[in-house]
Write a new protein. Structure first.
Length: 128
């Protein structure tokens, strides 16, 4: 086997699930060459661990939970689906479940067929 002098990972394909799939994978790798091989995995792992450590709050570093609010004018129920104030959609909280599927479909239809009725529905629910 020839020595790899490019510094890039060699083109390879594991055991393919279907006949001809290995060659297809190799062709795709030729079209978009692989990046360079990692040189110092231990250094990268320790750098990633430092990033996680830096993002983790230390005990005592957060302000107390009983402090006064940072947003005194904001209603307690802002963003909730009940009570006064903006609802979740107006607060930018996207719904999860059947309603979000319907809104995704409406957005798709609105892009394909910019009908005023569909666009009105999207405007009404804040999802343009």
């Amino acid at each position: 086997m020839a020595q790899n002098t490019t510094g890039r990972l060699p083109i390879s394909a594991g055991k393919a699930a279907y006949y001809g799939e290995a060659e297809l994978l190799k062709q795709r790798q030729r079209a978009v060459p692989m990046g360079q091989a990692p040189t110092d995995v231990a250094a990268r792992r320790s750098a990633a661990a430092k990033d996680v450590e830096a993002a983790t709050a230390r005990p005592g570093s957060l302000p107390p939970l009983t402090r006064p609010t940072d947003r005194p004018a904001e209603l307690l129920t802002a963003g909730a689906s009940f009570g006064a104030g903006p609802g979740p959609m107006q607060a930018g909280i996207m719904p999860v479940g059947p309603q979000s599927i319907v809104m995704d479909e409406l957005r798709s239809l609105g892009m394909m067929f910019p009908d005023s009725g569909i666009l009105d529905l999207l405007d009404k629910y804040g999802n343009t």
